[in-house]
Structure formats: C-alpha cells, structure tokens
Design a protein around this ligand. Structure first.
Ligand SMILES: [Zn+2]
Length: 336
C-alpha cells in the first residue's frame, strides 16, 4: 500500500470540515486494481488500521458497462471481512489515479442552495469542474457521473446536496484541490450565541434526551433562519441516515414528552431544537451521529439569509433509508 496515499487519507480524515464519522472515501488505482476505503471505516484511521479494500477494477468496470444489477459482486476478497465503500462505483468510473471524496461542510453548505450553480461558476471559472444533480449514492450516482464523463474529464466534481469529489493523477494535486475548494467556499459563519443549558436541562430532565455535547452546535437554535433551514427537510444523505427524516422545534417539556410518546420503537428519536436555548439529542445517540449534529449546525450557519434551499425529496429520503438498512445487513453478513 502506498504510504503517501495513506498519509493523505489520514490527514483529510482528521479534518472535521472535510470528513465526519465514517463519511467520505479515498481511492487509488494501480493497473487493474483499485484500493478504496472499506464501508463503515473512518479515514482518520488510515495509518493505524487496515481500512482499504482491493477491488478488481477491470472486472468492476466491465460489470458497470454491462449494467449489471450489482457490479461490485465478486470484485473483492470477501474472506478479509471488509466491504468496499458504497461509493466504489463512482470511484471506478472516474479515470484518474487518485479520487478523494469528502463531505466538506463549506461545500455542502453551498450545494444545498438553489443558486449554487451560479455561485460556483463565479468562484471556479478557471478550473475544470462539473456539477452533478442529486442522486442516491451507489449505482444511481455513478450513472449520473458517467453522463458528464462523455463530454470531458473534470478535476472537481460537485455532488449536489452531498459533497465534493476531486480527481487527480498525483496525491499532492488531489490534496491541494480538496483544500483549495474548501478554502474558497469558507464563508464567514454568523455570530455565535451562548447556549442556555439551564433551560435545556430543565426541558430534558427525566426524559431520554440531553443537550448535545458539542457546545458550538447549539448555535443552530439562535436564529430563525437556521432553525427553519434545519427543520424544514433533509439536506444531504448523512443528514437522513444519522439524524433521521424529521427535526423538531419545541419550547416546552410537554412537547418533548409528546414526541417521545408518539415515536415507535423502530424509529430513531429525532434531533430537537429549542429556540434560544440549544439542541437536545436522544441519550443513546451514537458518537458518530452526534458528530453530524455539529456538522449540520456548521453547514446551516454558512447559508446566507436570502437563500432558497433545495431539500431532498421524500423519495430520496426513502431510498437512503433503504440503502442504509441494506448496507447494515451486508455489513453483518461480511462479519460472518
Ligand atoms: Zn459521500
């Protein structure tokens, strides 16, 4: 395994603005093989753990070409107990040696705005980029990217309501382009306010909720604008997968109790915003999902007041839930 590739993967994995939880993935191609991050593993562990899977690139590309239902089938060694990322198809069809896919918060913040195309054209007019309309990660997204590859070879791909893909033939270029895009889109965030932990604790006491441990995430609750954006729909895949389809806005303990009473056992308890106080999360929220609470707060904080937002459709949300549960089932299988 290429040491400098692992180092670069670890570096972006440690940057919260680029990668949260097990999101994002990097890959490199070597003749007929491709090494890609395994599903469910974290890029920041690139140097300490063996988190990459070797995929038979030739076979995978052939299967994608033939439009097979599951092109990934029999393209990697299952006995090693790891599955290639669900975004492997996208990496495989891109021609460059190195592909870095990040969930850059600065970039996502722009890619959920209705005006993003216009803004990108002004900021990145000297770079070869493409904007891809939102598609469910996996085969639908790869098929959408395939369409633009017919025209020319982009170095930057903006995935609407999702994230950033950078394509390069050497590691330094891949890293530099990732940082360049992120930096150019690093718009100032709105003024921060102090959370009201006393009020949050009062509402949550005796329930299965608590204030989020990320103090900066509470800022989301201090502007009508950010509350509206965060509670009006789902913005990107990890928003749905980790925080659920609905975010509630409440002001009293009664309202919180009502939410708990009405949620079924199978349902994940939702994120709850208490205006001018902060954010409540279910006590049993996973460490990874709570990182996404902070990510959401940072993303909405960068969206200008007058922006129109493109939300995922109900069908998009259902597709994500479906592929997430399928992914979970496969991950259990691969451990056997
Ligand atoms: Zn992604």
């Amino acid at each position: 395994m290429d040491e400098s590739f692992l180092k670069a993967s670890e570096e972006i994995g440690r940057n919260f603005n680029l990668i949260q939880g097990a999101g994002g993935n990097t890959s490199f191609k070597n003749d007929d093989s491709m090494f890609i991050k395994a599903s469910g593993y974290k890029l920041k562990d690139s140097l300490q753990k063996d988190i990459f899977v070797k995929v038979n690139l030739k076979k995978l590309r052939e299967s994608i070409k033939q439009n097979l239902k599951n092109p990934l089938e029999d393209t990697w060694d299952k006995s090693l107990g790891k599955r290639p990322s669900m975004e492997t198809n996208m990496h495989a069809i891109l021609p460059n040696k190195y592909i870095f896919h990040t969930h850059c918060l600065n970039t996502i913040s722009l890619l959920v705005q209705n005006q993003c195309q216009f803004k990108i054209s002004k900021i990145f007019n000297d770079l070869k980029y493409k904007i891809i309309q939102y598609k469910t990660p996996g085969i639908p997204l790869a098929n959408e990217i395939k369409k633009v590859l017919k025209e020319d070879k982009p170095e930057i791909i903006f995935l609407s309501n999702h994230g950033l893909v950078v394509c390069a033939d050497d590691i330094d270029t891949a890293l530099n382009l990732t940082y360049l895009v992120s930096k150019k889109l690093d718009f100032p965030i709105r003024e921060s306010k102090k959370e009201n932990l006393k009020k949050l604790n009062k509402i949550a006491s005796g329930t299965c909720f608590r204030p989020t441990r990320y103090n900066n995430a509470h800022e989301l609750a201090f502007s009508e604008h950010t509350i509206k954006i965060a509670s009006s729909g789902s913005l990107y895949p990890d928003h749905v997968v980790f925080l659920g389809r609905r975010t509630f806005v409440i002001n009293t303990k009664n309202e919180l109790e009502e939410i708990i009473k009405n949620s079924t056992i199978e349902q994940k308890l939702p994120l709850v915003i208490v205006p001018h106080a902060g954010i409540l999360v279910p006590e049993n929220i996973s460490y990874e999902a709570e990182e996404l609470v902070l990510a959401l707060s940072k993303i909405v904080a960068k969206i200008p007041n007058n922006s129109k937002i493109n939300y995922l459709s109900l069908n998009d949300e259902l597709q994500l839930e479906k592929s997430n549960s399928e992914n979970y089932r496969l991950s259990l299988n691969s451990r056997i």
